[in-house]
Structures are given as C-alpha cells and as structure tokens.
Design a protein around this ligand. Structure first.
Ligand code: NOJ
Length: 486
C-alpha cells in the first residue's frame, strides 16, 4: 500500500472509531451529577424576604427581551418543591447536585448587614435533603443573579462590588461549609461581562468587569484557604466556559486564529488562575489596538506582580462548561474604529449546516469537540483535575422521547471517556440540566431537562424523559453501552 493509501486508511479508521461508543468503564471514583441554577428554577422571587436581583428587575421592566415575555417569578417553583427535585436526583442515582445560591435570597440588600433567615433556611433544608439521600452538594456562589442594589452601585464595573461579593462568599462558607465540599465561586464569567449582546447582565464594560471577577474569585479562594479549609476540608474553583474552536483549514493562519479564539474565550479567565496573568496574545492585541485607537493605555486592565501571584493557583480543581464547537477562520484586521472585543479577537467563527442541529441556534452536536477541548485544557493548564460542570442539549418540549439527548449524552460521554484514555484527568461530569427551566433570553422555549416540567400546570409537574433511563443506567454502571470492558 502506498504511504498516501496507508494514511487515508488510518484516518478512516480513526473516524470510524470516533463514531463508535467507547466501551470502557468510567473509573470507579468518577463522579456523575446534574445541575440547575437559582434564578432558572427557584421562583418565589419576592417571598420570605428575598431581595430583588437584576433578572427580577430586567424581566419586569423589559419583558419584551425574553421570548414570550417570560420570567423566573415562578420558574420550576423549586423554592417550594425542592424535595421533588432531590427525589429526581435520587432517581437518577447521581453522586452530586450542582445548584446555585441566590445572593438576594440570603442577603436582600446584597450586603451582610441584613441576613434573611428564611433564605438561609431554604438552602440548609435543600442541603440536608441532599445529604440525607447520599447526594453531595456542588454549590455555585454566583450564577448571574446580582442583587439589584449592587447593580445600582455600578455592578461588576465597580470594585466596590468585589468587596460585597467577598463578604457574601465568606458568609456562604460559614453558613454551609460544614456540609458543602465542592464550591464554585462564579459561573461562566465571560457571560456575566457581555461580549455579544447586552442581554445577559446588561450594560457592563467587559474587560473591567472581568478584571474584578478574577480578583473576587481569588479573594474568595484565599478566604476559604485561610479561614475554612482546615476545618471544612472542601475544594473551591470557578466554572469557565468555552466552545471548542476548530481551525477551519490546516493553514497556519486558521490554526493561529483557533488558538487565539480559545485564549480570548477560555484563557481570558483561566490563564490568570491556572497559569499566570492574562494570555500574552490578549495583552498584545488589545494593547496594540487600544494605542491605535487613541487610548494612552490598553483597554485590558493589568494586574500588578503581586496580584498575578495572588490569583495564580487559586483552584482545587478545574470547572468547565462545554456544549458545542465552531470552525474558526482568520480574518483581515478590522480597521481601527470602535473598540470592541470581537475586533480585538479578530476571527470569523461558524458552524457548517451539515453539523447536526438542535432547537438552540448556537448549539450543533459535536461530540468529538469535547475530546479535543479536554486535551487542550490538559496541555494548556498542566493537566488539572477537571469537573465538567455543564454539558447538554436542547429540545422544544414536543415529546418526552428525547432520543437526540440520549445520543448527545452517549456520544459526548464517549469522547470524555476517550479523553481519559488520552491522559486527561477528568474526575466528574454534570448534565445540564436536571429539569427544563428558565433559559434566560429564550424563556421556557429551550428545554435542557432530563425531566420535563409542565409550566402551564400550577404544580409544575415533573416527568422523566427517555434520557433519564439512559443517564441513570450510565451513572449506575459507569458504562455507556450494554456491557463494558473492565
Ligand atoms: C450556561 C449557563 O451556565 C446556564 O445557566 C444555561 O442555562 C446553560 N449554559 C445553557 O445555555
């Protein structure tokens, strides 16, 4: 066989292998979980002393921004139905539940001067119910729902809010840390500081906002490390998200563009924590464009040497959300004009039509992407222990037979298992979501749940979809197919 023929056969074999489900068992201590977040499921937006947060304000004053004018006022009503939620988790057999604390439910003004005891009791009860059922809480301290009084003070653009967050985080460790052993300081900081639209957490200057979030994360990690670790013995990290960025061709320019894209999305937040400082490519490009735009300094704030070493290493594991992939092409420099994150990044991304679609316009099924992404994380950040803190797919709610979700979980998990064989230290996986919920600007039209929720029913009745049986089997057997190799 010619060399060319041999290479073709090898590539063909690899692509066949990629389509086959990995039949190796997941490690015995591998953790499986499911996730939600406070605003998306709790409801009870103004009950028992809860304060107003930015999503309450936003959906009430600009209902047109969310599809069907929906909001999270009632959502899945988990504030009243948390026992049903835990029963569903029990049914799945998962090791942990990832949920978030509503800052305004605990601190209605955002500040620790006023603690809302019914809010604290709610989370104590939820955590107790979880522990009584053998389910570990994995708790996100902040999942986008900033107390409105803090937004009124400038939100994440203000360093003042960093101080308020730090006090809130300390209180969370104090209140719940005896039972919570896995913490996430922030969920998806890139979405908190909007880069695409003003919809998520409206109106924030993204680089300044990001700078403050990194500082707030590091402060919270150090507080835990110094004040709580010895007695509580838990682990603290942050969840950062990115889609996999695949070069659109094998040209040097596209390969560099894809790497730049990963650095601008994931590296923006990860590099300071898992390596040190912002990625070089971000520092260089933003500084160059800023100067050309007439600024006297880079629009990307800089850390002092002291801050760089303070932030570096503030993790006990790596939390990562991943859903899909994009092809990335280099593009000509956008002429200097409007300062803008996308121009700083300077790439073109797209998803080809022949990648399988689902109900969410941005999410095509690319299971191979998660294996590449995990390998990239391993290489770029020195092989940390990774918990995939979100992964999932959308349906439109028309049927309980969510066969696409079954395939999605099977194929993505298959690639996660293969990444483990590649040497990536993945220790846990989280399905987003436990149940259908309020999907931000898409309201209730995009359904990520393993369990269906009837939002027309005052009882918010939960019903298992087909994927529940599949995920339950995977959690129980640690095997994606009928029988696995040892
Ligand atoms: C990211 C967010 O963390 C979560 O709130 C959202 O619902 C899912 N991904 C799906 O978009």
């Amino acid at each position: 066989m010619s060399l060319r023929g041999f290479i073709f056969c090898c590539l063909f074999a690899i692509s066949i292998a990629q389509n086959e489900t990995n039949n190796k068992l997941f490690p015995e201590d591998f953790l499986f979980g499911a996730a939600t977040s406070a605003y998306q499921v709790e409801g009870a937006w103004n009950e028992d002393g809860k304060g107003e947060n930015i999503w309450d304000r936003y959906t009430h004053t600009h209902p047109e921004i969310v599809v069907n004018n929906d909001n999270g006022d009632v959502a899945c009503d988990s504030y009243h139905k948390y026992k049903e939620d835990v029963a569903m988790l029990k049914e799945l057999g998962v090791d942990f539940y990832r949920f978030s604390l509503s800052w305004s439910r605990i601190l209605p003004t955002g500040f620790v001067n006023k603690i809302n005891l019914p809010g604290v009791t709610y989370y104590k009860n939820l955590i107790k119910e979880l522990k009584d059922n053998g389910i570990e809480p994995l708790t996100t301290i902040f999942h986008w729902d900033l107390p409105q009084p803090l937004q009124d003070l400038g939100g994440w653009k203000s360093e003042f809010v960093v101080e308020a967050y730090v006090e809130y985080a300390r209180l969370c460790f104090e209140l719940f840390g005896d039972d919570v052993k896995y913490w996430l300081t922030f969920n998806e900081p890139k979405q908190i500081c909007p880069i695409v639209s003003g919809i998520l957490s409206p109106g924030i200057g993204e680089y300044i906002c990001g700078h403050h979030i990194l500082k707030a994360h590091a402060r919270a990690w150090h507080i835990y490390d110094q004040e709580f670790r010895a007695t509580q013995n838990g682990k603290v990290s942050i969840t950062i998200d990115s889609n996999w960025q695949e070069p659109a061709s094998d040209s040097d320019e596209d390969i560099a563009a894809a790497e730049r894209s990963l650095q601008f999305t994931y590296g923006w937040y990860a590099n300071a924590i898992y390596n040190s400082d912002y990625p070089e490519i971000m520092k260089t490009r933003i500084a160059e464009r800023s100067l050309a735009e007439g600024f006297n300094r880079s629009r990307l704030p800089s850390f002092t040497d002291e801050e760089i070493s303070y932030i570096s290493g503030t993790f006990d594991f790596m939390g990562t959300n991943m859903y899909t992939s994009y092809l990335v092409e280099a593009m000509d420099e956008v002429p200097i004009g409007d300062p803008n994150y996308n121009y700083d990044l300077g790439v073109k991304t797209y998803q080809p039509d022949d990648w399988e679609a689902c109900t969410a316009p941005w999410l095509r099924l690319t299971p191979w992407g998660i294996r590449k992404f995990l390998n990239w994380l391993k290489e770029t950040y020195n092989n940390p222990a990774i918990i995939i803190t979100e992964n999932g797919v959308v349906d439109d709610g028309s049927t309980l037979e969510d066969d696409q979700r079954v395939r999605y979980y099977r194929d993505y998990l298959s690639n996660v298992r293969s990444a483990i064989e590649d040497g990536v230290n993945v220790i846990g996986y989280t399905a987003w979501s436990l149940m259908d919920n309020f999907e931000w600007q898409y309201g209730y039209t995009q359904k990520y749940g393993l369990f269906h929720v009837d939002f027309d029913d005052i009882n918010r009745t939960r019903t298992p979809k087909t994927s529940v049986a599949y995920y339950k089997k995977v959690v129980e057997t640690h095997c994606l197919v009928d029988t696995c190799e040892e």
